[in-house]
Design a protein around this ligand. Structure first.
Ligand code: BES
Ligand code: ZN
Length: 429
C-alpha cells in the first residue's frame, strides 16, 4: 500500500478538479499536494509553498477515528448521513493521506474539491436506479460460450499489454496501447454485423479511450456497458517509468478482449446495444470514464447496466470473486451474483473500497447502475500494483483467475443485451 500513497493524493485531487481545470491552472495546487504527500510520507520539515485551502469530503465512519487519533480537522462545514466537508490546506493533503493510510491501512479515502459547490455535490449519494428488469433466460447461448473461455488467450493479452513500457495517460506508449487494443477488438468483432471500434479522444490529454459498439436491434437505444481501464501507472514516476500493470489493469482489458472474441465467434445479434470500453486515464483520477459518463448523461443516453473489470488475476482470498458494495447499484450487483451462480460456479463474497476507487464510480455518479466484480477481498489486495513489479509472476503466473471474470463478462453481455430471435427461426415464416 505504501506504493499507492503518493498516487492516491493527486488522484483524489484530479478527480474533483475536472479535466478542463486541470490544464488551466490547478497544476500548482496539484504540485503542492504532491510535495505535501512526499512530506507526509518521508520528508518531514521540508519547506512548502503556501497553498490554497481546498474543500475535502470525508466519509462519516472515518471522522471520529481521525479526531481520536489527533489529526487536526477543525469544524465540519456541512455534513450528510454519509460524509462531511472540511477545509484543508492543499499542502496538508499529503499528511492527511499519509495519516489515513497509516491509520486505516488503505489508500485515499477522501476527496478534495476546489469549490464548495463541488464538495456539496459530492455529499449527495446519487441513487442509481435500474431502468430494466435483470433476468436470466439466455442459457442456451451463454452456456456453450462460457465453456470456450481460453486461459491461453487471456494470458496472451496480459503478455502483450505488459510489453508496453507503460500505458500512462500522457506517454506515447499509452497512446500506442490504446491503438493496439482498438485493433484487437476490430479484428475480433469483424463477424458481428454493424460492429465498429472507435478511439474516443479526450480534450485534455493524449491517450484515447477505446469503444466497441455492437448495435442492438429492437432495443438499440438501451445500452449495456462492459468496461475497464487501459492505462497503467508507477507511483509518481510519470511518463518514462516502467509500469507493466498486469493485474491493474491489463487483467480487466484481457477479460474484455476475451469477451469480445467469444461474442464475435457467436455471431450474436443483440436486442440491446453492447458497448465495450477501455477507459483512458483512470489512474490519474477516473478521468476517461468521467468524461464519457458525463457526455452520455448530457446526451440523454439510456445505459441499463455497467460492469467494471479492474483487477481480475490475483487470487488473494479463499473466495474467487468479490462484489463491490460501495458506489455500486444493489440490484445490478444482485444480477451479477445470479450470473456467477448460474454460469461461473465459483465462491463469491463482498468487499468495499471505501472511496471511488475505479471507473464504476464515474457511472454511478451520473446516476447509471454500475457494478464491479473484484479479484480478492480489499484487505488482501495485490500490493504490487502501481509498481514495476505488477507483473504476471506476482499475479499467479498464469491467467486462471481471470477465466472466472471472462465467463461473467460473456454472461453479462448476453443476458443483459438479450439475443434477437433468429429470422430463420422467427414465428410465421
Ligand atoms: N485498480 C485500482 C483500484 C483498486 C485498488 C481497487 C486496490 C481495489 C484495490 C485503481 O486503478 C486505482 O488505482 N484507483 C486509485 C483511485 C482512483 C481515484 C485513481 C486508488 O485506489 O488509489
Ligand atoms: Zn490502479
Amino acid at each position: 500500500m505504501k506504493t499507492l500513497l503518493g498516487a492516491s493524493v493527486i488522484l483524489s485531487l484530479t478527480l474533483s478538479v475536472g479535466a478542463a481545470d486541470f490544464d488551466r491552472g490547478t497544476a500548482p495546487v496539484l504540485e503542492a499536494a504532491k510535495a505535501g504527500a512526499k512530506e507526509g510520507a518521508s520528508l518531514k520539515g521540508q519547506e512548502l509553498p503556501a497553498a490554497p485551502a481546498l474543500w475535502v469530503t470525508l466519509g462519516k465512519a472515518d471522522i471520529p477515528k481521525l479526531g481520536a487519533l489527533g489529526f487536526p480537522l477543525g469544524p465540519a462545514i456541512l455534513s450528510s448521513e454519509r460524509a462531511a466537508i472540511y477545509r484543508v490546506d492543499a499542502d496538508k493533503l499529503g499528511q492527511l493521506s499519509a495519516f489515513m493510510h497509516e491509520t486505516f491501512g488503505r489508500c485515499a479515502g477522501f476527496f478534495a474539491h476546489d469549490t464548495k459547490a463541488e464538495a456539496q455535490a459530492d455529499l449527495k449519494d446519487p441513487v442509481a436506479r435500474a431502468s430494466v428488469a435483470y433476468t436470466l433466460d439466455q442459457s442456451a447461448i451463454v452456456k456453450p460460450l462460457v465453456a470456450r473461455v481460453s486461459e491461453g488467450k487471456l494470458k496472451a493479452t496480459l503478455d502483450s499489454l505488459a510489453a508496453f513500457n507503460n500505458r500512462y495517460y500522457s506517454a506515447a506508449s499509452g497512446v500506442e496501447a490504446s491503438r493496439w487494443i482498438a485493433s484487437q477488438w476490430t479484428t475480433l468483432s469483424a463477424g458481428l454485423p454493424g460492429a465498429s471500434v472507435k478511439l474516443h479522444t479526450h480534450a485534455n490529454w493524449k491517450q484515447p479511450s477505446v469503444i466497441l459498439t455492437i448495435p442492438g436491434s429492437d432495443l438499440a437505444d438501451e445500452i449495456v456497458v462492459l468496461g475497464g481501464h487501459l492505462d497503467s501507472i508507477n507511483g509518481w514516476s510519470g511518463e518514462t517509468a516502467r509500469a507493466p500493470g498486469v493485474d491493474d489493469n491489463a487483467s480487466g482489458i484481457a477479460v474484455l478482449t476475451e469477451t469480445v472474441r467469444l461474442l464475435g465467434e457467436s455471431g450474436l445479434k443483440p436486442r440491446r446495444t453492447i458497448q465495450v470500453m477501455g477507459y483512458a486515464a483512470e489512474e490519474v483520477g477516473l478521468r476517461g470514464s468521467k468524461d464519457i459518463a458525463s457526455q452520455y448523461k448530457k446526451a440523454g443516453k439510456k445505459v441499463v447496466g455497467v460492469i467494471q473489470f479492474d483487477m481480475t488475476n490475483f487470487k488473494g482470498s479463499p473466495e474467487e470473486m468479490f462484489m463491490l458494495t460501495d458506489y455500486t447499484d444493489p440490484s445490478l450487483t444482485a444480477f451479477l451474483n445470479q450470473l456467477v451462480d448460474a454460469y461461473v460456479g465459483v465462491r463469491r463474497s463482498t468487499t468495499k473500497c471505501g472511496y471511488a476507487c475505479s471507473d464504476h464510480a464515474s457511472w454511478n455518479q451520473q446516476g447509471y447502475p454500475a457494478a464491479l466484480s473484484f479479484e480478492s477481498h480489499f484487505d488482501t489486495m495485490n500490493h504490487n500494483i502501481h509498481t514495476d513489479h505488477d507483473n504476471l509472476a506476482n499475479a499467479g503466473g498464469d491467467a486462471k483467475h481471470s477465466v472466472h471474470f471472462a465467463k461473467l463478462g460473456v454472461a453479462f453481455a448476453v443476458e443483459l443485451a438479450k439475443s434477437a430471435p433468429s429470422l430463420k427461426l422467427g414465428a410465421g415464416r
